[in-house]
Design a protein around this ligand. Structure first.
Ligand code: ADE
Length: 250
């Protein structure tokens, strides 16, 4: 998969060199290109923002550098199989980024991310881009970040780890939070009995029983109970599809 990120802080994307995503890049599974928006300015000061028409607080990102940067990304990466990228613009006003969206994006050959700062991009940048490539404005959640870079780190990790070969044990992807509409069950490792400075904390006995059916049933119950307690919005949705009415947790 090819990824392009345009930002005025390319250094913000440095963590994508680390851990499993960094390894995926070195293994050739992810082809990441980070671009500095200021390289697409034409003035001496490399200006990327200006005050908003109509007044108001803050600054707006100028359209010309964005159009030049996005045109460059398309020109640089186009192939017969992927003539244009799917452009994702992180912002608090976007559609919610979900695990389902991560799966859908993981099936695409080429993603580009436009990281806005300040009060956002001049609206005409969206018009320019949408005439050339599919475009989605995506929000990580109902809170406001200073810019799109942190959201891109999260989205690249969520999408990248779904690509074949990125996470060594593909099975570990299956029972995670948000797969199957439920949160993950609690996990334990040795010691089975832990003396925590005088308080003895035991691993649930079923996990030591060797009874795989009982363990699977216990884990499923835990997922349902956790989801009901922490994310009742998800529990309601999954109860209707998964026939969870028998379990007394809602
Ligand atoms: N940029 C600023 N706030 C954001 C959010 N909540 N999600 C994605 N990108 C953002």
């Amino acid at each position: 998969m090819r990824l392009d990120v345009v930002s005025i802080f390319p250094g913000y994307l440095a963590p994508l060199d680390l851990s499993l995503i960094g390894k995926a890049r070195r293994d050739g599974l992810l082809d990441l290109h980070v671009h500095d928006l200021r390289d697409f300015t034409t003035d001496r000061h490399r200006t990327v923002d200006d005050s908003p028409f109509g007044g108001g607080a803050g600054m707006v990102m100028k359209p010309e550098p964005w159009a030049a940067a996005l045109d460059h990304v398309v020109q640089d990466g186009t192939t017969d199989d992927a003539p244009v990228p799917h452009l994702l613009v992180p912002g608090p006003g976007g559609v919610p980024f979900t695990q389902a969206m991560a799966h859908a994006l993981a099936a695409e050959p080429w993603l580009a991310f436009a990281c806005g700062r300040y009060e956002g991009l001049d609206e005409r940048v969206y018009d320019h881009a949408a005439e050339r490539m599919p475009l989605t404005v995506v929000s990580l959640g109902d809170y406001v970040l200073n810019g799109g870079e942190v959201a891109v780190l999260a989205m690249v990790e969520a999408v990248g780890r779904l690509l074949p070969g990125v996470v060594g044990n593909a099975e570990s992807l299956v029972e995670e939070s948000h797969e199957g509409g439920l949160l993950e069950y609690p996990v334990y490792t040795r010691p089975a009995s832990w003396d925590d400075s005088g308080t003895v904390r035991e691993v649930p006995p079923v996990l030591l029983s060797g009874d795989h059916a009982a363990i699977a049933a216990w884990r499923h119950e835990q997922r349902v109970a956790r989801t009901a307690a922490r994310r009742p919005d998800l529990a309601a949705a999954s109860a209707t599809v998964a026939g969870l009415d028998d379990l007394d947790v809602r």
